[in-house]
Design a protein around this ligand. Structure first.
Ligand code: ATP
Ligand code: MG
Ligand code: MG
Length: 353
């Protein structure tokens, strides 16, 4: 059988490995950190830094296709890997989602709406950007932010120096604060043959910058639901994308604004594991392996709740809930803010159409 190479051995890499295994593939995970969650389930694991050329070459030689569970892989490593085996989703999707400025530029160029933004490299840039955008606003590092890290809210122009200092000298982008009624995301996939499949949008609630729950279906009008899925398809086609993509959206009464995109399986798509015929992990493996896609059909309304840090202490009680499926990542240390697992609650079956 073929072997799927996965860059990154966190929980997403772990669940991709399980899906690969279920389809009869082998998986080989490349992860610089020790004891990655994926190590328990992958067929092979390489623990090496991204500048270890020999390890990268051996990894590439052992796999048929390379995919990834997170977007911040060093460019030099990608250059080498790309010369050896196909990388799916492709480099352009990665480059765009690694950099908030490139991402906003791309999204705008294909006609999508994003929050007002300005590039900020100096405190003078920030003052000028605040003048143009106004407050409240959010300053974000252009690269490497996740779970709300590397962000500073600016309520008053006088807060500019403190917010700028929080960027620790990294290039940043100032975004106008969007007064959204709620947040949703679309998880969609594109196959090697260009076919597109989308799941129903989920509604996301964040706590302290970290995803707390995703509920499906999201509160959207029929027109908004169609728009959300079509805009995800537009992104997939523009990038000649292969694999699963997550698109985070802000909903306002006037528009759907794209917050950010993730070129991979996404935390807000975990509900598909218990609500769909083919879940996002199987869908991603199908896409990168060149298989036909599942159609995204959903047989239940679902609420996904993340188990963060000491939330895992609730697992014995959660295990007594009759409609809850529990997913744990095998992490032993429950540090605050660390994603330890999630639970998918089946709310009700979807009526047959
Ligand atoms: P992740 O990649 O883990 O989803 P992140 O660190 O990339 O998170 P964002 O998605 O940019 O962070 O922001 C996290 C959350 O902060 C958003 O989901 C939203 O709730 C809020 N937020 C971010 N940008 C804005 C904005 N311009 N206006 C209003 N709220 C925002
Ligand atoms: Mg992000
Ligand atoms: Mg986000």
């Amino acid at each position: 059988g073929a072997t799927i190479g996965i860059l990154g051995g966190g929980q997403l890499g772990r669940m991709l490995s399980v899906a690969a295994s279920r389809l009869g593939f082998r998986s080989h995970v490349f992860e610089p950190g020790a004891n990655p969650p994926a190590a328990d389930v992958a067929h092979a694991v390489t623990t090496a830094p991204y500048d270890d050329e020999a390890a990268l070459r051996a990894f590439a030689a052992s796999v048929d296709v390379i995919t990834y569970e997170f977007e911040n892989i060093p460019t030099a490593a990608l250059d080498l890997l790309e010369s050896l085996k196909p990388i799916r989703p492709n480099r352009r999707a990665l480059a765009i989602s690694q950099d908030r400025l490139a991402e906003k530029g791309f999204l705008t160029s294909i006609g999508l709406t994003v929050a007002p933004y300005r590039a900020v490299d100096t405190l003078a840039d920030l003052d000028a950007a605040l003048h143009g955008i106004g407050t409240p606003a959010i300053l974000k590092t252009t690269r490497l932010g996740y779970d709300g890290k590397g962000q500073a809210r600016i309520m008053d122009p006088a807060d500019a120096p403190t917010a700028f200092a929080a960027m620790e000298g990294q290039p940043a982008v100032l975004e106008g604060f969007v007064r959204f009624t709620h947040e949703v995301s679309v998880i969609a996939a594109r196959g090697l043959d260009g076919s597109v499949a989308a799941y129903d949008p989920g509604e996301n609630v964040h706590l302290s910058g970290i995803l707390h729950t995703t509920t499906v279906p999201a509160r959207l009008t029929s027109a908004q639901r169609t728009d959300a899925v079509l805009l995800a398809g537009r992104i997939l086609n523009a990038l000649d994308y292969v694999g699963v993509l997550g698109v985070e959206l802000f909903v306002t009464p006037e528009a759907l604004l794209v917050n950010e995109i993730a070129p991979r399986v996404h935390n807000s798509g975990h509900w598909t594991q218990n609500g769909c015929v083919v879940d996002q992990f199987e869908q991603h493996i199908r896409a990168v392996a060149g298989w036909p896609l599942g159609d995204g059909s959903r047989f239940a309304d679902v609420e996904m709740e993340n188990l963060i840090g000491h939330d895992v202490a609730r697992v014995p009680a959660l295990a007594l809930e009759r409609n809850a499926a529990i997913h744990l990542y095998g992490k032993t240390e429950a540090r605050p803010g660390r994603k330890m697992g999630h639970v998918n609650r089946i709310l009700r079956p979807v009526e047959a159409p």
